[in-house]
Design a protein around this ligand. Sequence first.
Ligand code: IPE
Ligand code: IPE
Ligand code: MG
Ligand code: MG
Ligand code: MG
Length: 362
Amino acid sequence: MSAAPGRSQASSHRSPPGEGTPVSAAPGRSQASSHRSPQGEGTPVSAAPGRSQASSHRSPQGEVTPTSVIDFSSWRAAQQAHIEQALAVWVAADAPAGLGEAMRYAVLDGGKRLRPLLALAACEAVGGQQPAALRAGCALELIHAYSLVHDDMPCMDNDVLRRGKPTVHVQFGEAQALLVGDALQALAFELLVPEDGTVAPALAATLCRQLAQAAGAFGMAGGQAVDLASVGVALDQPALEAMHRLKTGALLQASVLMGASTGSLSASARQQLGVYGACLGLAFQVVDDVLDVTADSATLGKTAGKDAAADKPTFVALMGLDAAQAYADRVLEQAHEALRRSGLTHTNILHALADWVGRRAS
Ligand code: IPE
Ligand code: IPE
Ligand code: MG
Ligand code: MG
Ligand code: MG
């Protein structure tokens, strides 16, 4: 690919700090490998076997925090910092007419980065190629960020607050917000086909196909179409579930499967990871429905109470708050069960991510 006019190098071919460096400090896929937090502490990610919590730490306040929770928190913080650095390199500021600034506004400094975290955790679970998984995770995050920019526009959910900031169309205008989405979508695919050999051609083709299917008419975009067509409609549970699986679940399931594609695994392990990703994705949107009612805007970084105000069909509207949370918990238990059936042994982080989805505050 030749450099774009006015740019010395296509952004996606710049290497973020650490590209090519395995996340785990120890060679291979040793489960007890150490991860360095941004503060430089090396904390074993998976000291406890399986999901059991072998030991605990007492805080100065006297609360007991299980060791595995601490390990997951430091893994997550280290990966989030790594993802943030990569995105800051790959989303270039110098796109014309302020587009680069608006793209960076949409992507950087906010968001839980769940999709890249899932891709990296799935990569670890199968002993995959971390540099390819980082690109896959960031590509998923760019598609997700574009979906949020468009979701917030007046023609969709008409929201003014996202990730604690004015939404992109409020800050930069509707036309620029539209173009931010367009450009982020294109950049996502560019990330998957680098010229530097970080992603082998066959793997790049697989990742592009997986991402396109999850983002497109039979994935996120299709689900968003159902969402818009369902305002004021009392969907029954199967219909609501189908909508949630598409609009949110598809990208989350793809995060797991794209991370897994960077390594090799049996057909049955892949199938179980697919079940894990689908369950986590469905539960994620059910919890999003719950948080829309139970959390405040400051905590969410987006306007609370929007679903009822806009007459959206949600799990809370269908079955009430407590039953919706209980439903999410049951679906997440199915995610854990699928991991146990996968036969994979390095799944502690994937288990912890499913727990996080169920009990997150925002
Ligand atoms: C919000 O997604 C939109 C949904 C798909 C429910 P997240 O809750 O992952 O948003 P960020 O990325 O953390 O802001
Ligand atoms: C959005 O669902 C899902 C997307 C594909 C962006 P919501 O409309 O419920 O997401 P929030 O609550 O605005 O983040
Ligand atoms: Mg929406
Ligand atoms: Mg919305
Ligand atoms: Mg919502």
